[in-house]
Write a protein of this length. Structure first.
Length: 450
């Protein structure tokens, strides 16, 4: 691509983001105007601006920005690469518009991100993050339709990015989570006696991550989750936030498990559509199936919090695969693994297969300083993209972090963390330069929410 063409695309992308920004502002204005006798209902620093209409209608506008710095160093004395890697970027810039009308049993959410990064920070992401409409079907059951973070990923994924107790999400999330999906989502909340609760979830999605604008590859993805809360509900949405800023007066615990099955997947873990395509002998698409399951828990009490997660994945490969589509659109019939034709293991080698777990804990002192720690481990299958030397092949991650909150909420905070990463044999940096040692990663992040 020529420099002029590349510049053209950047300008077009920037123009598209500006148009979306003005569209959101216009939408806010239209909704505010349409709400008869709308007035300011409440404003809480970090929780957004809430407007109410003449009836029971409520609209809330909130957002946050997160500038970020990251430095990476290698312990390999013989390393011949560029040495320290420094990166400044706007990690997130999000605006969220929500509304609900209890009498009409309807709610909605629209969330846009203008930073251009994904939830895990590894890949480019689109502007539209959340766009769904919900309906309160019964007192205990709610149905949502549209694009949202799926409950059939690990628990950390459903926690707000501005509420993370460490600078970044765990490596388990980046390795296995599909993040957002488009489809139908059902969730329930049932009081089961003695102050306990059950929260079941069911999902039926396109299996290709976010909304697909081109061909929808493969079949559907179906999944479910069941959460149990033995000590009652968390305070102030605490089930979906990490650090215990509210300092729960009694122990709060949620434990759960999930499973999902993706019929015909055309990417590494189901985040997109059409990235990896296989064909049978007649030229028809033939795609592998992908399943994932996990268990997790979270405990909070008087400023102390613990989050534990385990996730595992598996794949089944159709026997009829005979061809593959290269990135440039041409067709190939080679499926070489260790010098032999091996279709099944070649296909699995391009998918995120294996298991991993994450355990993290922290304590928020009364002066609003938090000390946090995390250990994450990835165990790749023999044939899996988790063995890729550039992006993965790193089994162990040790992280220590500190956060200063400037209010008893998420309005403004500054965070820093340091991570020690153990590299597997055959690892290299982003330029494919071999690395014999390990990695140190330093990160710092500021969050301002309104």
């Amino acid at each position: 691509m020529s420099p002029s063409t590349n510049l053209f695309h950047k300008l077009m992308n920037a123009s598209a983001h500006i148009k979306w920004f003005y569209l959101l502002l216009a939408l806010c204005g239209v909704i505010s105007t349409s709400a008869q006798n709308s007035r300011l209902n409440a404003y809480t620093f970090g929780e957004g601006l809430s407007l109410t209409g003449k009836s029971d209608y409520t609209m809330t506008l909130r957002g946050y920005i997160q500038p970020n710095y990251e430095a990476k160093l290698y312990t390999d004395d013989s390393y011949s690469g560029e040495g320290a890697i420094n990166r400044f970027r706007l990690r997130r810039f999000r605006l969220r518009l929500t509304g609900d009308s209890p009498n009409q049993k309807v709610e909605y959410r629209l969330q846009l991100d203008f930073s251009g990064t994904s939830e895990t920070g590894e890949e480019d992401a689109g502007l539209l993050f959340d766009a769904w409409i919900g309906y309160q079907l019964t007192k205990n059951i709610k149905i949502k339709f549209g694009q949202m973070a799926t409950p059939t990923d690990n628990r950390e994924l459903r926690m707000g990015s501005q509420t993370l107790q460490l600078v970044e999400r765990s490596r388990v999330t980046s390795a296995f989570a599909s993040i957002r999906e488009f489809g139908i989502f059902a969730e329930g909340r049932f009081r089961t006696g003695g102050g306990t609760y059950l929260k079941p979830y069911f999902t039926l999605t396109n299996g290709d991550g976010v909304n697909v604008y081109s061909n929808d590859r493969g079949g559907l993805k179906v999944g479910g989750r069941l959460d149990f809360l033995p000590f009652g509900l968390f305070t102030n949405y605490g089930q979906f936030r990490q650090a215990d800023l509210v300092r729960e007066l009694s122990p709060k615990l949620v434990i759960g498990g999930y499973y999902n099955h993706n019929s015909g997947m055309s990417s590494r873990r189901g985040r997109s559509s059409g990235d990896i395509i296989y064909l049978d002998e007649t030229g028809n698409e033939s795609l592998p199936n992908y399943s994932k399951f996990g268990v997790d828990f979270m405990l909070k009490y008087r400023g102390f919090s613990v989050l534990g997660e385990f996730a595992a994945s598996a794949a089944t490969v159709p026997v009829g695969i005979a061809q593959r589509v290269r990135n440039n659109g041409t067709i190939a019939t080679s499926f070489d693994v260790d010098g032999m034709r091996d279709v099944e293991n070649y296909v699995k080698g391009r998918m995120m297969l294996g298991k991993g777990y994450n355990i993290q804990m922290g304590y928020v002192f009364k002066n609003l300083i938090s000390i946090d720690a995390r250990y994450a481990h990835l165990d790749a299958d023999r044939h899996s993209f988790l063995n890729n030397g550039t992006f993965y092949n790193r089994p162990n991650y040790y992280t220590l972090g500190a956060t200063k909150y400037f209010s008893r909420g998420y309005g403004f905070k500054i965070q820093a963390s340091i991570t020690y990463v153990e590299l597997g044999e055959g690892s290299n940096d982003i330029t494919s330069t071999p690395i014999e040692g390990n990695e140190w990663i330093f990160r710092t992040l500021a969050t301002f929410s309104f």
